[in-house]
Design a binder for this molecule. Structure first.
Ligand code: COA
Length: 257
């Protein structure tokens, strides 16, 4: 169905593999468009409960936007490109179902930004992260200056983006970019295992967790946002089932309603 992606649905987890290994899985227009369609599937299809995004092969997750598309771009087209990229990355970030990045090698430029848009990141031991756009006379355009700053803080984001330096998986773990470092051959199994655990939880509650954390705000607004969603859970079948199951000392069987 897709030209640049491989997709596989197993145990309700949609594995999305960006499949341009000869170009380090760089994000050209076709990949962006197809990624949009694949994420749409995650939103729409009841049989999909969560997703993993990874890259084909063992060298690259995604080595950035496709640089070969940059040569002739004018200001307006460049703005359109960034807008399109940001729109799909926002869709990933705001997906009501969990999406994990399994970073299996280079995550550079748009590849790093893609991983940052996912709900969290598991990385293989050989993973490398960087925003090398300054080497090309550019800056990140798919949300990198915003999401990286939010995650690692102003000063580290300044250093990483201004220098274009790459960091390895261990450093990325230290900065809180990566949740877990795993052997390459066990990366997907590990990502599937954590999603397997999340999938046993109440889906509506999980979606509200994503909403609240994405709308993190240390002013009263953030707390009010949480109050509203906490209260909304009380109108769900899942809450009835979860609380009853606990009191009856049995396993909950959630319907996502
Ligand atoms: N866009 C387009 N093509 C890319 C690419 C990108 N972002 N990253 C890698 N490729 C292509 C290379 O052009 C090369 O294609 P070719 O075989 O047709 O010449 C192929 O992928 C392999 O890359 P190569 O550079 O030969 O591999 P390497 O192991 O020497 O280096 C990287 C790997 C990732 C360090 C290097 O490819 C790189 O720096 N890529 C660009 C990263 C970047 O600047 N990203 C931000 C873009 S905004």
């Amino acid at each position: 169905m897709y030209q640049t992606l491989l997709t596989n649905l197993e145990d309700c987890i949609l594995l999305i593999t960006i499949n341009r290994p000869d170009k380090m899985n760089a994000l050209n227009k076709e990949v962006i468009d197809e990624l949009d369609m694949a994420i749409e599937e995650v939103y729409e299809k009841a049989e999909i409960k969560s997703a993993i995004i990874t890259g084909a092969g063992t060298t690259a997750f995604v080595a950035g936007a496709d640089i070969s598309e940059f040569l002739e771009l004018k200001i307006e087209q460049a703005a359109g490109l960034a807008r399109a990229g940001q729109s799909i990355f926002d869709k990933i970030e705001n997906s009501p179902k969990p999406i994990v990045a399994a970073v299996n090698g280079f995550a550079l430029g748009g590849g790093f930004e893609l991983a940052l848009a996912c709900h969290f990141i598991y990385a293989s031991e050989n993973a490398k992260f960087g925003q090398p756009e300054v080497n090309l006379g550019l800056i990140p355009g798919y949300g990198g200056t915003q999401r990286l700053t939010q995650l690692v803080g102003r000063n580290m984001a300044m250093e990483l983006i201004m220098s274009g330096n790459m960091i390895d998986a261990k450093e990325a773990r230290e900065y809180g970019i990566v949740n877990k470092i795993i052997k390459q051959e066990e990366l997907l199994t590990s990502a599937k295992a954590i999603l397997g655990i999340i999938q046993t939880k109440a889906p509506v509650a999980v979606s509200k967790v994503i909403e609240c954390i994405n709308n993190f705000d240390h002013t009263q607004q953030g707390y009010d946002f949480e109050i509203k969603r906490f209260a909304d859970c009380f109108a769900t079948d899942d809450k009835k089932e979860g609380v009853s199951a606990f009191l009856e000392k049995r396993k909950a069987n959630f319907t996502g309603k």
